[in-house]
Design a protein around this ligand. Structure first.
Ligand SMILES: NC(=O)c1ccc[n+]([C@@H]2O[C@H](COP(=O)([O-])OP(=O)(O)OC[C@H]3O[C@@H](n4cnc5c(N)ncnc54)[C@H](O)[C@@H]3O)[C@@H](O)[C@H]2O)c1
Length: 521
């Protein structure tokens, strides 16, 4: 454990006691945030509450948390019970290290706190019912963490060990209140899949993935129901959804069931859609097996399928309850599919900024050679970015639209070819280069320099950088979901980290990517 561990939870949950033991294992000293605040204010916490009120205390708490992260060496921090109620502080903690919530029922907490007169919030009435109320009030904030550990009836050592295990796994969190979920990124992570399912399990996969991993995963899950789909984008249809629905309904699944999506983005989108509609919604755990699904499709809750009129035109938002990106399963992924996934890695890095693009440029050959640490780095960086964007704009009304970089034309290219003959990532690579053509047409600063840099990177990764765009393809651009009042919300790339959303007319797109006005009929 080398980074920050932040312990959150209600007063009496054991943050300081567990924290001291963890810090001792770490060879560091525990930081108790309340102690720091009291020292800086030069008065006790009850005194701050009495003199200045809770609002001032919360402000001091947020400031102190920021100061600790900025100036101290990483160690274990026991937070105040209400520290994570400040959304900005919570996001800061989630980004800086591993945030773990220690849980206990209100009655148990009240018993632990009996006779301790130093808790201002408990002086207002009967302890158990106040705690009950606070737990309800803080439920969303306490849920946004890397892991929760039950403390009732357990030794300090057991609790500390579980916190340490969460810190070692170093998961990424998609913070969405009570729907928060973790993305585990590690070689061998699939072994822990059974901990994340409940009720009857339906394993959804395709024949390719089934051949490579089906038996092992089915054994891990203890003989689940299975729906094995025909692979390929051209089968991302309502027919495949029906196959999943029918297996689920024939098996008599109820609303406590879990669907496990084991496969690439096609399986993930189809299983996610089926999970969102079956019995008005059941749990879905994503176990992506392609690089593309790890870095993009499995995270964020977009589900759906294609129609002849366009790609992903029918769909829902349905967040998974857990995501497992096991780098080992990429060992059976064909080279062309690996490269296709790298297109989305390039996209994420470009949205992220200069550091991410430079790191990818350094790793390009290692990624093609399937170096496991390079792959883990790429998956982690992309998932972290996506988690951040999804947390700020779950329903894609703003920031999340930037994730469509290269997709407006990419989707049109796929649809125009009947969803065969070009992989999603390949179409996105071409789409990104065409997006630079649009940037250039709109007079974007340094569009040529930035476009040339991306072109070199895509070529090094073995990705296509051009494809013919004809009128038929453009017609699919017009059918895209991202249109509003006749204009397409186009993701216009610039330098890394500088991407803009610009309403662009179809005529302009035609002019910039094909050249010239619409031909006479
Ligand atoms: N929901 C989202 O937010 C989102 C984001 C990006 C892309 N997508 C969707 O993802 C899809 C593309 O995903 P994809 O590129 O993974 O395509 P895919 O699911 O078709 O998988 C590509 C191929 O690789 C095979 N495969 C996957 N993992 C394997 C493994 N470990 N070993 C052997 N073979 C394996 C599959 O059987 C398939 O033939 C598109 O439909 C796209 O729209 C969704």
């Amino acid at each position: 454990m080398s980074g920050w561990i932040f312990l959150s939870g209600m007063m009496g949950s054991g943050k300081s006691t567990v924290g001291r033991l963890l810090a001792e294992w770490n060879g560091t000293a525990l930081i108790d945030l309340d102690v720091r605040i009291a020292a800086r204010a030069n008065k006790s916490i009850p005194r701050i509450f009495a003199d200045e009120g809770e609002a001032v205390f919360r402000r001091l708490e947020a400031e102190e948390a920021g100061r600790v992260i900025a100036h101290d060496k990483p160690t274990v921090v026991a937070l105040g019970g209400g520290t994570v109620m400040n959304a900005d502080t919570r996001r800061l903690l989630l980004e800086a290290g591993v945030l773990v919530t220690l849980d206990a029922p209100a009655g148990e907490l009240a018993a632990r706190l009996e006779g301790k007169g130093d808790r201002p919030l408990l002086m207002r009435g009967e302890a158990a019912s106040i705690l009950e109320g606070l737990l309800a009030e803080r439920a969303e904030a306490y849920a946004e963490c890397h892991g929760r550990v039950e403390t009732a009836g357990r030794s300090v050592g057991e609790i500390a060990e579980e916190v340490a295990a969460i810190a070692r796994a170093n998961p990424i969190v998609v913070p969405l209140g009570k729907r928060t979920y973790r993305v585990d990124v590690a070689a061998g992570a699939r072994a822990r899949l059974p901990e994340h399912v409940s009720g009857a399990v339906l394993l959804v996969t395709d024949t390719n993935v089934d051949r490579a991993w089906g038996t092992e995963i089915a054994t891990l899950l203890g003989d689940p129901f299975t729906a094995v789909l025909v692979p390929g984008e051209e089968h991302k249809t309502i027919r495949s959804v029906e196959t999943i629905w029918d297996v689920a309904l024939s098996a008599g699944l109820d609303r406590r069931a879990t669907l496990v999506a084991l496969g690439g983005g096609v399986v993930g989108d189809l299983a996610g859609f089926a999970a969102s509609t079956l019995l008005r919604g059941v749990r879905c755990v994503q176990v992506p097996t392609s690089l593309l699904a790890m870095v993009d499709a499995s995270v964020g809750g977009k589900t759906g399928f294609d129609r002849s009129q366009g790609k992903n035109l029918i769909g829902t938002f349905h967040q998974p309850t857990h995501v497992i990106c096991d780098i080992d399963v990429l060992s059976t992924l064909p080279d062309a599919e690996l490269r296709s996934g790298l297109a989305e890695v390039v996209k994420s890095a470009w949205l992220d900024g200069e550091g991410a693009v430079a790191s990818l440029e350094r790793d390009a050959e290692a990624l093609l050679a399937r170096d496991r640490s390079a792959l883990e780095r790429a998956v982690r960086a992309s998932v972290r970015l996506k988690a951040r964007i999804v947390a700020s704009d779950e329903r894609e009304s703003g920031a999340r639209m930037t994730l469509n970089l290269g997709h407006t034309l990419g989707h049109a290219i796929e649809a125009a070819r009947g969803y065969s003959g070009i992989r999603h990532g390949e179409a996105v690579a071409v789409g990104m280069m065409k997006a630079f053509a649009v940037a250039r047409g709109l007079g974007g600063r340094d569009a040529d320099v930035n476009g040339a840099r991306m072109k070199v990177l895509l070529e090094r990764l073995g990705l296509p950088i051009d494809a013919a765009i004809d009128e038929r393809t453009l017609a699919f651009v017009g059918a895209d979901k991202k249109r509003a009042s006749g204009k397409i919300t186009f993701v216009v790339p610039g330098a890394p980290g500088h991407t803009e959303l610009v309403p662009v007319g179809l005529e302009q797109i035609r002019e910039f990517v094909i050249g010239g006005p619409r031909p006479l009929e």
